[in-house]
Design a protein around this ligand. Structure first.
Ligand code: 5RP
Length: 240
């Protein structure tokens, strides 16, 4: 009797780790790296930390307090954008991406710092599992970071802007432990469940033009490549 080999499908978390390890291969000594936020970015940071322990010399600019804490714990030297305004590479996760490498980010609430850091890097490598690839952006609610002052007025202006573009998303003030969630910069987040974003470029631009909106989770023209792990292997995707 011959035993049948049963291969267990890779979990999303295993895939995240595979993508992170693939991105690690792009790191060379001396690089200054943007360090993303979230569970996928954490896999990368842990793997990078292990390399640093073996003697790899790099430094990182964290995109959140959580990332800074993890990197410090692992002994990764940290710096700031003020000391190093030009980064060699930024490695981060995403909530969604499409074939044009347009992203939705901010599920972890770090969108603003993530955007500042990513746009300071020569190369932006997005690492994901296969569930993050979509035909049309918008299933994942779009995070919009807003200042707390006048938030109700900002909310109706947001609604009006979405309507102008033919969308009427359900908008929810993000909460944490029964309190409005605060970003590391002290702002609030309104999540807009659009279902389908028809004109992401236009939407990103007009949302950022509303007084009270600090930025939104659409990352357009920022990712250089997406390393997406699947159950079968890793794909390195450069936009169409
Ligand atoms: C945080 C982000 C994350 O990159 C995004 O939410 C993906 O998270 P995860 O890697 O945990 O799936 O944008 O603001």
């Amino acid at each position: 009797m011959s035993a049948k080999k049963v291969s267990t499908p890779k979990s999303a978390d295993d895939q995240k780790k595979d993508a992170a390890l693939e991105a690690l291969k792009l790191v060379t000594p001396g690089m200054t790296l943007g360090l993303g936020t979230g569970s996928t970015a954490n896999h990368f940071i842990r793997a990078l930390g292990a390399k640093v322990k073996e003697g790899l010399e790099v430094r990182g600019v964290p995109t959140s307090r959580a990332t800074a804490d993890l990197a410090k714990e692992l002994g990764i030297p940290l710096t700031t954008l003020n000391d190093h305004p030009y980064l060699d590479m930024c490695v981060d996760g995403a909530d969604e991406f499409d074939d044009k490498l347009r992203l939705i980010k901010g599920g972890g609430g770090a969108l603003l710092i993530e955007k500042i850091v990513a746009t300071s890097a020569k190369q932006v490598v997005i690492i994901t599992d296969e569930s993050k690839r979509v035909k049309t952006l918008g299933k994942f609610p779009l995070p919009v970071e807003v200042v707390n002052m006048g938030i109700k007025a900002t909310a109706w202006k947001l609604e009006r802007t979405f309507r102008m573009l033919g969308m009427s998303p359900k908008m929810t003030l993000r909460m944490k432990d029964g309190q409005p969630f605060r970003t590391d910069l002290g702002n609030s987040i309104i999540d807009a469940a659009c279902e389908e974003i028809k004109e992401p470029e236009r939407l990103e631009f007009v949302l950022n033009n509303i007084p009270g909106v600090v930025n939104n989770g659409l990352f357009i023209g920022i990712a250089s490549r997406v390393i997406m792990a699947t159950a079968k292997g890793t794909e390195d995707i450069s936009g169409t």
